[in-house]
Ligand binder design. Structure first.
Ligand code: BTN
Length: 266
């Protein structure tokens, strides 16, 4: 079981992780964090579990994770942001996760792994998915009351325990390095980096988010399949705009913008 005292000892934060709720098993840390936030839990409250029975991904997908193997956590935020800018928190979280992973692997001298981001929030290690972010907001009169940032990171995941569909596209730190990692120090690193970056973003009005995100995205001109609720279209990755929306070019040369959806590299 993950040791919360061990995480707390390694935190370099002022408010994030002051309250950590640890449930050995839960439906979804995001759902639990939502319930806490509705009851008034303060910013920086964190929910961590060792196993989710209904782990959720974006677009009604499931998030698979074996028991006591990975990082499954949700952070409660109460940002002063308009709803259309909440995507910036998701994009910033991808940057935070990648920077944390690079730092951790440098320490263990496994710096040959290349971490990238796939729009909007898939974290890839050597081209395979190692982590995901599920951001959910609660609104009152169009104002953001709270945001839940859910993070799933495959740390010691044995790929053979995943469904065949997931196994083909996923990886884990231990699969890439052939080493097991201490989940507590990774969680502490992510939470500490998160607080530092989040406070900085609030002070600077989220100005650097898009530029920082682009540094991790090596996909200019990449052939993609764009999946929306209306269907799939193939084209080429062009950029993301200032609102975090994807810009892509269709097969017949038309430039299009996608605010919400997902892409596959083809
Ligand atoms: C995605 O890539 O589709 C997002 C995956 C997010 C998974 C995490 S695991 C912790 C938190 N609780 C959930 O139910 N989902 C997020």
């Amino acid at each position: 079981m993950i040791d919360i005292a061990k995480i707390k000892r390694q935190l370099k934060t002022s408010i994030f992780g002051k309250y950590i709720y640890h449930l050995p098993e839960i439906d979804s840390t995001n759902s639990y964090a939502q319930r806490l936030a509705h009851e008034g839990a303060p910013e920086g409250t964190i929910v961590i579990t060792d196993f989710q029975t209904k782990g959720r991904g974006r677009q009604i997908r499931k998030w698979e994770s074996s028991k006591e193997s990975n990082i499954l956590m949700s952070l409660i935020l109460r940002p002063s942001l308009k709803i259309e800018h909440v995507i910036k928190i998701t994009l910033a979280t991808a940057d935070i996760l990648i920077s944390s992973l690079e730092k951790i692997l440098q320490k263990s001298r496994h710096d040959h792994i290349r971490f990238t981001v796939k729009w909007p929030n898939d974290i890839l290690a050597n081209g395979k998915k190692i982590g995901g972010i599920l951001t959910e907001s609660s609104l009152r009169d169009k104002e953001v009351v709270f945001v839940i940032v859910g993070l799933g990171l495959n740390v010691n995941q044995d790929l053979s325990e995943l469904s065949s569909k997931t196994r083909d596209i996923a990886t884990s730190l231990c699969h890439e390095t052939q080493e097991n990692f201490e989940r507590e120090s990774i969680a502490a690193e992510i939470i500490s980096s998160f607080e530092k970056k989040y406070f900085y973003l609030e002070r600077t009005d989220y100005a650097d988010v898009i530029g920082d995100w682009k540094k991790h995205c090596a996909c200019d001109g990449q052939a993609i399949a764009v999946e929306t609720h209306t269907g799939t279209e193939t084209g080429y990755y062009v950029d993301i705009n200032d609102n975090g929306a994807l810009i892509y070019r269709t097969e017949n040369g038309l430039e299009k913008e996608l605010i919400s959806g997902s892409i596959k590299y083809i």
